[in-house]
Design a binder for this molecule. Structure first.
Ligand SMILES: CCCCCCCCCCCCCC(=O)SCCNC(=O)CCNC(=O)[C@H](O)C(C)(C)COP(=O)(O)OP(=O)(O)OC[C@H]1O[C@@H](n2cnc3c(N)ncnc32)[C@H](O)[C@@H]1OP(=O)(O)O
Length: 162
């Protein structure tokens, strides 16, 4: 199964968290499970992603939730509209991001993020994410994502839905 991010067109693939063209980035990959209506991202932090020794830096965890959410929004919207990402590479940006750190997240094990769209309405999608370390829920996130259109981010252009 191809990761959602790999459908992004090159001009939208430079993001530090999820752009496949950013050699220094995290380059996360999110997989969509249509039968469950859920997304999954797996990521193993590096030793330098440290908060205090033995635990993951919270800013990194927020980044993971952020980019995992944009991909979840694209996949959920595509499913809701009956579109294939191959033919319709939808792209979302984050309007709002809330992260609750429930427990310290241990540094070392692979992390699993599971996402669901709570609302798909027009160009807006609301995504809930749970992040697990060795099966323990340590972070919960909620994000509002807004679909962008061609030309978004270019000088003088207004945000545009697709
Ligand atoms: C910076 C990116 C550069 C370009 C590269 C792109 C590709 C890479 C992407 C990488 C991504 C990686 C991740 C990143 O790092 S993305 C980078 C961080 N994000 C940004 O820089 C986004 C900056 N913001 C904007 O451009 C605009 O505000 C956007 C496009 C988000 C909305 O402006 P727009 O005028 O188009 O939308 P609208 O006003 O018609 O609202 C639409 C709906 O959304 C709801 N809503 C809006 N805001 C909020 C809020 N704060 N809380 C709750 N809800 C909010 C609003 O109520 C409405 O809902 P409803 O009333 O219909 O129910």
């Amino acid at each position: 199964m191809k990761a959602v991010q790999l459908y992004y067109p090159p001009e939208w693939a430079h993001c530090y968290g999820c752009g496949y063209l950013n050699a220094q980035g995290l380059r996360i990959e999110t997989h969509w499970h249509p039968e469950r209506g859920e997304s999954e991202t797996r990521f193993t932090p590096k030793p330098y992603h440290t908060a205090i020794p033995g635990f993951v830096y919270g800013g990194l965890l927020a980044s993971l939730v952020d980019c995992h959410s944009t991909a979840t929004a694209a996949a959920a919207k595509a499913q809701a509209e009956g579109l294939s990402l191959e033919a319709h590479p939808l792209r979302f940006v984050t309007a709002s991001l809330k992260v609750d750190y429930l427990k310290p997240t241990p540094l070392g094990p692979e992390l699993l993020l599971v996402g669901r769209a709570r609302e798909v309405k027009g160009k807006k999608v609301v995504v809930e994410t749970e992040l697990f370390a060795e099966g323990v829920l340590t972070v919960r996130g909620e994000a509002v994502l807004v679909q962008i259109g061609e030309g978004f981010g270019r000088s003088g252009s207004a945000p545009g839905g697709g």
